[in-house]
Ligand binder design. Structure first.
Ligand SMILES: [Zn+2]
Length: 311
């Protein structure tokens, strides 16, 4: 007799967040005080909805509370999302965005730094993930344009992380460009050694290094930079993805429309590969295969888009 193939596990869609996660979510919101002092949360939410995105629940915690939060998340397998170098996370399992307030970064850049992180995490949160049951576990396999490639092995990297991170970071960049005060802009320009009144859309060349020492240079508008120290600037890992997507949006505005519409309507997601295919055949698949979400690998992707658009 022929051997039976291993039974294929069935994926079931759930309409509601599992009770275990509902309880964890409630516990986190009760445990941590929402530290919103000095932040213009109304402006953040207004901006997000004016972009055509749905707003999301954001919890602001003190930077020192990251460790405590990680301890609470760890038994649920959710702790690795928040490291000490991260300013914010979107936890799709809990349908919650968490932003850690960094006093050093706020001191140098103003409280708008934290509002920018909140806009980034809200943009991730504008996609409402669906819960699925697979085997004996529950998953949220999709976060916007990012998709888990293996439900059996969650260490397999997501595909589409480049577009998801780029999308969230563009929203942050647009917010900063619109609302950064004259004083905050002047400070950034001074550290960059640029003249007063230079627009935040001005591009500069930034270089990034891989873990093994290779260097890549990429061009990005200064709105994606923040002051790291008295005489140095930095950007988030997502910034190179955002700047490339911004170039694509300028030339192909239908890409922006499709990306925004697909946040609330998963059926619109299929428009996106078609638009990329029109920009350059094979480009979409190349971008989907950027599995490492760091500034070096995102810069490589960014340079591919910029080159294809200039062709
Ligand atoms: Zn992000």
């Amino acid at each position: 007799m022929e051997q039976q193939p291993e039974k294929i596990k069935k994926v079931e869609r759930l309409n509601e967040m599992p009770e275990e996660w509902q309880n964890l979510r409630a516990r986190i919101l009760e445990y941590f005080e929402n530290k919103t002092d000095g932040l213009d949360i109304e402006r953040v939410n207004e901006f997000v909805t004016s972009e055509g995105l749905s707003s999301t629940d954001i919890l602001f915690i003190d930077f020192e509370d990251i460790r405590r939060l990680s301890e609470i998340l760890r038994p649920y397998g959710l702790a690795d999302q928040f490291s000490r170098s991260t300013s914010g996370v979107r936890i799709p399992e809990l349908n919650l965005a968490i932003v850690a307030r960094n006093p050093d970064k706020e001191q140098l850049n103003g409280q708008i730094y934290t509002e920018g992180v909140a806009v980034h995490e809200s943009a991730h949160g504008s996609h409402k993930g669906s819960f699925v049951e697979y085997g004996c576990e529950t998953y949220v396999p999709r976060l916007g344009f990012a998709l888990q490639r293996s439900l059996d092995d969650r260490s397999v990297p997501y595909s589409g992380i480049f577009l998801e991170e780029g999308f969230a970071e563009i929203m942050k960049g647009e917010y900063l460009e619109k609302y950064m005060s004259g004083k905050e802009k002047d400070r950034l320009l001074e550290v960059l050694g640029l003249p007063e009144k230079t627009p935040l859309s001005r591009e500069v060349t930034v270089s990034f290094q891989s873990k093994s020492g290779e260097v890549v240079e990429t061009v990005m508008p200064i709105k994606y930079l923040y002051i790291k120290s008295e005489n140095g600037v930095d950007c988030s890992a997502s910034a190179p993805a955002a700047s490339a997507l911004e170039i694509a949006w300028k030339k192909y505005p239908e890409l922006r429309t499709a990306m925004i519409e697909s946040r609330g309507d998963e059926s619109k997601l299929k428009e996106i590969p078609k638009i990329f295919e029109r920009i350059s055949p094979g480009l979409y698949s190349k971008l989907q295969k950027i599995f490492k979400a760091d500034s070096y690998h995102f810069s490589l992707g960014s340079n591919i888009i910029a080159a294809k658009i200039k062709e």
